[in-house]
Design a protein around this ligand. Structure first.
Ligand SMILES: Cc1cc2nc3c(=O)[nH]c(=O)nc-3n(C[C@H](O)[C@H](O)[C@H](O)COP(=O)(O)OP(=O)(O)OC[C@H]3O[C@@H](n4cnc5c(N)ncnc54)[C@H](O)[C@@H]3O)c2cc1C
Ligand code: SF4
Length: 650
């Protein structure tokens, strides 16, 4: 356990080290807390903790493992087999001395530590932290003692959080009503709402469908950092720098926690000097709060057929690319909100831009491009660069400087695409399930509320003998459902192009107000929507001027992205031949354009044949490749914990 703490401590922020200390204390106090816990837990359907929820489990010494080891030697002797693959769970497992190869095989692999909690939460975003805080609040209110931990792949809480963000405080008002007195970084009230339709040279002002009165312009990355501190004050243990890479399954096929990935493995699979085994974090319940296209959440959705369970459609996505600028004081108008539709995107591509005036002369400017775009030559990154040269946008930025760059996908499927969010052993919350209200372009408040509802159901299941399935019921009776239902036809209306989409959505918004007697369906999944290249012509994008537009390396530098170079690729090709056999000849290599970090490049080999090169260390964790690859051949997995972007004002 101490190895586990010390090896990752370089990633822990000063606040997080509070957790580390408390974890050590918990370890030494484990026996007492176990007694309390067993009394306060009348639920019979959920696994009980053997010993303390805080106790480090030495698996090698446990009765289960002694039995397993005996079984293994028995099997080896029976089958005449003298080799078993090393799982890493069985160091020095006591197989007879006569069988040296088995001993050698098992003894080199350090054991994987295992820690038990009542609730394990994957992802310290708005959803995960709201769930953690709500659980601890309920413990305080009802005199219970549940252990809650949150793992976060970013080097610190907030480092991977990127959003607009116009923040609707509805969920925060419910969760932490004292947020104003407690110095939450929410200080710029929305002051105006503008909506423009852009052509190449003009901006036409339209009546704004947005009503942001009572909302705030914030940096979500900063709000989440503040929430992390609040969560720790409530007693939540947060582990930044830990990427959940594996789902742990128990008896009856239920989820019993997660495993974090090993550290210190070289590209070629060998162990480096700093090699450390990952850890198992076992939870009586596990909540997945990984945000849009969560790598483990997607596995859970597939395994338990959670979409099929409620006849949900596939999820649809967009890619948001954003910069934060510091602009001239005279042009800065705190709280001013601008949204645009139209140029630079073509009429068949859904998307739009945003420009929000934050505090301290900062503006957040971004372009959101729906990933069901057809033209494989389209580059969302280059479209964003073009946007900043528009005659109505450029003057706002003139004289300013870029502070940060980043990109992230968001889900746009709305109520049609929400899977059943409960599975044996846990639930999915926030954008991993997909609660963004597309016409509002907001998902923070719904992500938070879903986390709170799941926490309430989890508390009921663990402490009061009720059932986690209540989460689904309370979700459908909550304001999340009400607003997503009203918004349901907005996004699919744009399947028919920009102008019909604007007409139908205006009708829905101003006249029918969500009461239309039908629910429109989404079109093809995003990866199927890409046309073959021969139906389109290459798009010539202008060269960056270095003032308003920038090349990818310059932008990447501003994202503070950093990965250990010598580690196995976290971007995996299911079939390594598909890029050269399909993507390049049929789709003109779209991954080299949709990736906002130029991770994918086709470069000539010694025979002058173009081969895909993956620069995984540039990855911004946006997940676009996992979504848009035409053959779904790219699998995004977590890299070593702590790798990835380092956002601070996004
Ligand atoms: C460009 C853009 C603009 C937006 N604008 C707005 C807006 O103006 N207003 C608004 O309300 N909403 C907006 N949204 C949506 C909003 O950002 C999301 O709805 C919200 O962030 C979802 O919260 P979440 O907690 O579900 O996920 P996230 O915010 O994505 O947080 C997930 C966290 O989990 C971590 N994680 C993921 N996988 C793992 C793993 N396996 N192991 C460990 N950690 C993991 C991630 O690093 C991250 O910290 C915008 C989104 C984008 C992309
Ligand atoms: S490799 Fe994939 S996840 Fe990483 S930045 Fe590129 S598109 Fe996004």
């Amino acid at each position: 356990m101490y190895r586990f703490i010390s090896s990752r401590s370089k990633f822990l922020s000063s606040k997080s080290s509070v957790s580390t200390v408390s974890l050590c204390n918990h370890l030494s106090n484990s026996t007492n807390s176990a007694d309390n816990k067993s009394q306060s837990n009348p639920s019979t359907s959920l696994p009980k903790l053997s010993g303390s929820s805080y106790q480090t489990q030495n698996l090698n010494g446990s009765p289960y493992f002694r039995r397993f080891n005996q079984n293994l030697s028995f099997l080896a002797s029976k089958s005449g087999c003298n080799w078993f693959p090393s799982s890493g769970y069985l160091p020095n497992c006591g197989i007879s001395d006569g069988n040296r190869s088995i001993i050698r095989c098992f003894s080199v692999e350090p054991e994987r530590e295992s820690i038990e909690y009542d609730v394990v939460i994957v992802g310290a975003g708005p959803a995960g932290l709201s769930a953690a805080i709500r659980l601890k609040q309920l413990c305080q209110e009802k005199g219970a003692d549940l252990s809650v931990c949150v793992v976060e792949k970013g080097a610190e809480v907030g480092a991977h959080i990127i959003s607009g963000n116009v923040f609707e405080p509805r969920a925060l008002d419910e969760l932490l009503p004292q947020w104003k007195q407690e110095q939450a970084p929410i200080s710029v009230p929305a002051s105006s709402d503008k909506f423009w339709f852009l052509t190449k040279d003009r901006a036409y002002s339209l009546p704004s469908p947005f009503d942001n009165r009572g909302n705030y312009v914030i940096s979500l990355s900063q709000l989440v950092r503040w929430m992390g501190v609040k969560a720790e004050e409530f007693g939540v243990e947060i582990y930044p720098g830990f990427a959940a890479s594996e789902i742990l399954y128990g008896a009856n096929n239920s989820v019993i926690g997660i495993g974090t990935n090993d550290m210190g493995i070289a590209k070629d699979g060998s162990k480096k000097e700093n090699f450390q085994r990952g850890v198992e974090l076992k939870g009586r319940l596990t909540l997945f709060a990984e945000g849009c296209r969560g790598s483990l959440s997607e596995k859970i959705i597939k395994k338990y057929q959670l979409r099929e369970k409620v006849n949900a459609q596939h999820q649809t996505y967009a890619l948001g690319i954003k910069e934060v600028w510091e602009i001239d004081e005279s042009k800065h108008n705190p709280g001013a909100i601008l949204h645009t539709l139209g140029w630079p995107l073509d009429k068949k591509t859904y998307g739009g831009s945003f420009l929000y005036h934050m505090k301290d002369r900062q503006v957040s400017i971004g372009l959101v491009v729906a990933l069901n775009y057809r033209n494989p030559y389209l580059s969302p990154y280059e479209e964003f660069q073009k946007l900043k040269h528009h005659p109505a946008i450029k003057p706002i930025l003139e004289g300013g400087t870029v502070i940060q760059y980043g990109a992230r996908t968001l889900n746009e499927g709305g109520i049609q695409s929400i899977p059943y969010p409960v599975f044996p052993g846990g639930a999915i919350i926030g954008c991993s399930a997909g609660f963004i209200n597309v016409p509002k372009i907001k998902g923070t408040h719904t992500a938070m509320k879903s986390g709170m509802l799941a926490a309430e159901a989890a508390f009921g299941a663990l402490h009061e003998g009720s059932n986690l399935e209540l989460y689904w019921e309370t979700l459908r009776n909550s304001w999340i459902w009400e607003e997503l239902y009203k918004a349901r036809n907005y996004r699919p209306a744009f399947e028919h192009g920009l102008i019909p989409g604007m007409a139908i959505s205006a009708l829905e918004h101003y006249i029918l107000k969500g009461k239309s007697p039908f629910t429109l369906k989404h079109g093809k999944p995003d990866h199927e929507a890409t046309d073959v290249a021969q139906l389109h012509s290459p798009i010539e994008y202008p060269k960056p001027d270095g003032v308003f537009s920038f090349d990818v390396p310059t932008s990447l530098h501003r994202s503070n992205t950093n990965h250990e170079h010598d580690q196995p690729a976290h971007l995996r090709l299911r079939d390594p031949k598909i890029p050269e056999l399909v993507n390049l000849p049929e789709y003109a290599g779209p991954e080299s354009r949709y990736c906002p970090a130029r991770v994918y490049e086709y470069v000539p080999n010694e025979k002058s044949q173009l081969k895909l090169q993956i620069n995984a260390q540039n990855c911004l964790h946006c997940k676009a490749c996992d979504i848009k690859d035409p053959k779904q051949n790219i699998e995004w997995t977590v890299p070593e914990g702590g790798g990835g972007p380092g956002y601070s004002v996004m």
